[in-house]
Design a binder for this molecule. Structure first.
Ligand SMILES: [Zn+2]
Length: 531
């Protein structure tokens, strides 16, 4: 069974009584808008979005809410921002930090907005909300009171579950300093039922935040304080009534943040924690880069490399307990297209398996209906298409029609256009050298290395090409020259690539020769034969 169907069935089982009563389930995920968002956060979006869709298609009412956390402190300086301007702001709240440009009202809106656009462009449509609205509206107040009054129990949970120690007067609440508006450096104690005492500690924290030294007493409610993230996580489940919420592997280890939040949910809020969906990382170039580093690894950058359906395949194609490594400079993009084509062909052939199921779920966005029949266009293999778009004299539609063996439909052409646009971007960007081809106008100098048997073979290839009636037939005939001329096929193919591209590898030789402009190709082959 496909993983999303299996998990959806488990969710249905847990909430069967509520589902029977027609109560909608709440699915939630979040991202802190601490800077440009790493693509790894898209895996959570895609997994929660897919579960919401599969549950909906199973008749289970639900809502997927996605939080942009803008109430958290600005606690790391991204390397793409001017340090002189932003370092002094460390420790303040993200929604109060200025936006890098005038397109957004603040920092969190700028990066959160950019991420929300990637989410919707990728085909996911959760209900977005900002965490500051939870706090400023007073919706968190009751939960905050429960946390503060259960500080002793929370301290014990930290110790029991994660082994960390807190001093006895510690309160799990961070007041927003009335003097400097920073939140990271304040320490709170002595809740009297309405107010807490706090101090804005004036020494520098390891990541660069510095407090102002102010101390005072204040009511922590109505947005004047925030909870530390583990109690806050449980508090959000309680306040919003979250039923399903997964988390990345980094939070899901034993004794990790999730375990602490689960214990707080049970002991302090008296609720059962949401159904968990722990999932593995989505890496870029083999690394899980922090959001503050790594150009080219942001959600925006990676999503721009492939069409949304291929991006969804990257996000959802693996079992959730397996990591996915997206290497923009490696084989990832051609491999994803090949996988997509395999899924599509299997679906078209009527296969009723996990691959076809995956295809129906990535082909349309989260509003789609996976039971609706999908018309599969002609899919030109990405490596062949990428080659074709580099050949100035070759028409993509004609080459594709030749491969298809019949005239192209509008749907075929739309798919080709989309692939061609992304292939051109890939070739301008990080495509590996082996996929790059420039047709030489004249015989490349490296042709001087051809052996006598290679030259003789090229002469025979010219004769075969002259009479060829299909790329497949030509390829078979070229292949059979190995017996006639006692030449290894690799040696023969290398000779062909050499005289056109000055390199020893290339696309399938029969197809290549058949596709290139006939006259000049014959001239080149004959010239090579007589070198
Ligand atoms: Zn302060």
């Amino acid at each position: 069974m496909f993983w999303a169907d299996r998990i959806a069935a488990e969710i249905e089982e847990r909430f069967k009584d509520r589902i029977k009563k027609g109560e909608p389930l709440l699915i939630r995920d979040e991202k802190t808008a601490s800077g440009r968002v790493h693509v790894g956060s898209m895996r959570g979006v895609a997994i929660h979005g897919l579960l919401a869709r599969v549950l909906r298609e199973r008749g289970v009412l639900n809502e997927f809410k996605y939080e942009i956390n803008d109430f958290d402190p600005f606690d790391g300086l991204p390397n793409y921002l001017p340090a002189d301007q932003y370092k002094p702001l460390l420790g303040g709240q993200l929604y109060k930090i200025p936006s890098p440009d005038s397109s957004a009202p603040n920092y969190a809106d700028f990066y959160g907005g950019e991420f929300m656009k990637v989410i919707s462009d990728s085909g996911y449509h959760p209900t977005f909300y900002y965490s500051k609205d939870l706090y400023l509206s007073g919706k968190m107040d009751e939960a905050m009171r429960l946390v503060i009054t259960n500080a002793d129990r929370i301290r014990e949970i930290y110790k029991e579950v994660s082994g960390s120690q807190r001093v006895s007067e510690w309160l799990p609440i961070s007041v927003i300093c009335e003097n400097c508006a920073k939140v990271s450096m304040t320490q709170s104690s002595d809740f009297d039922g309405e107010t807490v005492a706090y101090r804005c500690v004036p020494h520098e924290l390891p990541w660069g935040g510095v407090g102002c030294g102010h101390s005072g007493r204040v009511s922590p409610f109505g947005g004047r304080a925030k909870l530390p993230w583990k109690p806050e996580w449980a508090a959000k489940w309680y306040v919003l009534g979250v039923d399903v919420e997964g988390a990345g592997k980094d939070h899901s280890t034993k004794g990790g943040a999730r375990d602490v939040a689960n214990a707080i949910a049970r002991d302090v809020f008296n609720i059962e924690p949401p159904f968990d969906v722990p999932y593995e990382f989505f890496l870029v170039g083999g690394q899980k880069m922090a959001s503050s580093k790594g150009r080219g690894s942001s959600a925006r950058d990676v999503a721009s490399l492939v069409p949304p359906k291929i991006f969804r395949l990257a996000l959802l194609g693996k079992e959730i307990n397996q990591a996915f490594n997206f290497d923009p400079a490696g084989e990832t993009i051609p491999v994803l297209y090949d996988l997509y084509d395999k899924l599509a062909e299997g679906y078209k052939a009527g296969n009723d398996d996990d691959y076809s199921r995956l295809f129906t779920l990535i082909e349309t966005d989260d509003r789609g209906d996976s039971k609706q029949k999908i018309e599969v266009p002609f899919l030109m293999r990405f490596s062949q298409l990428a080659f074709t778009v580099q050949m100035p004299h070759v028409d993509l539609y004609s080459a594709a029609a030749e491969l298809k063996g019949s005239a192209l439909t509008d749907l075929d052409r739309a798919e080709l256009d989309e692939r061609a646009a992304y292939a051109k971007g890939w070739l301008k960007g990080q495509a590996p050298e082996k996929y790059r081809f420039a047709l030489h106008d004249t015989m490349p100098e490296s042709a001087s290395t051809l052996t006598a048997v290679q030259k003789a073979a090229l002469g025979r290839v010219a004769e075969l090409l002259e009479k060829a009636t299909s790329p497949e037939e030509l390829h078979t005939q070229i292949h059979s020259l190995k017996d006639e001329l006692t030449i290894a096929p690799a040696e023969l193919f290398a000779a062909i690539y050499l005289i056109f591209f000055g390199k020893s590898q290339g696309p399938k030789a029969g197809w290549l020769l058949y596709t290139l402009p006939r006259e000049s190709t014959l001239v080149r082959l004959r010239a090579a034969a007589t070198l």
